[in-house]
Design a protein around this ligand. Sequence first.
Ligand SMILES: [Fe+2]
Ligand SMILES: [Fe+2]
Length: 329
Amino acid sequence: MSNLEAIYTQLPENLRDLPQPKSDEELEEMNYRVRHWMSSMPGSIKIGSKEHKQAVCQMFRETFNPYRPTFMDWPKLSEEEINRLKSLPIWDIAVHTEGKARLRMAAYVKELLDPEMADAIARNAWEENRHKEVLADLVKFYGIPLAQEQEYKVPKDAEWAYMVTGFSECWDSFFAFGLFAVAQKSGFFTKELIETFEPVMQEECRHILLFANWLAWHRKNLSLLKRVKFEAKLWAVHAFLIYERLGLIKDVDVDGQEYYEDNNFTINGVAELGKEKTSIKDFLKLCLSEDDHRFAGYDRRLVRPTTAPFLAKLLLRILPEKIANKQLG
Ligand SMILES: [Fe+2]
Ligand SMILES: [Fe+2]
């Protein structure tokens, strides 16, 4: 087992026998615990301080959901429902994205000098690996064909790769929260599938909460020169992501891997998952309210991911009526 594999396959403490809720009340309690967290620290929390770092790491540990991927109770679906699942062009990219995320996070953990932050990001890597296992289990159960998996390469610049993954998750999660609600409303995903995937969705919310707070903490703890370099790198990451999302990167990945994937399912997917047509305006509003709803239970003193909600609100204000009312898909 490689060093990095050891990080994403083993939690820091021995939680191989993840304690499962034994009754409906325990399950309800656990569902509440993973969605709500308040630091016991009184007063304000200075962003970038030791207390800030401790609070975010504690949040990540204490909102952990102990579900076991191999024990997922996949609901029985009709042939039509299975065919609908098979028709979604997301499975290859989803498996690959989780595989890349776990490795990139693990690679960054190796570089981190702060043991508490390293522990939190190692847990995040572990959870990405669990997402991959959940997806692998799902595709196997429903017989969804997958393309040959790409080889995962250890990133040369772990911090860059971690930031690319973190910001990608921020964007993807913002739209995925909306898409999930669309699929729930239209019945595209059955009630049982929605319930099964709900913990994964909420986990992505915790991941981007951790990422936003890592970013805020990290940049405050850099010397002036390092901070200038870091901010430049941040812009480069955003430029890379815009370039990628515009579909301009078709065959070269961040690490030089060659392949093509649909990075824009989050937008194209509204038409696939919804029953009724949804306008750009309504979809953005839905993403914003779902985003608010998912973050509502976490301590307000922690930093929230703001770029995607900010741009969505800006678009709602500046988009000409004709474009805002355009139907997606
Ligand atoms: Fe994930
Ligand atoms: Fe994630």
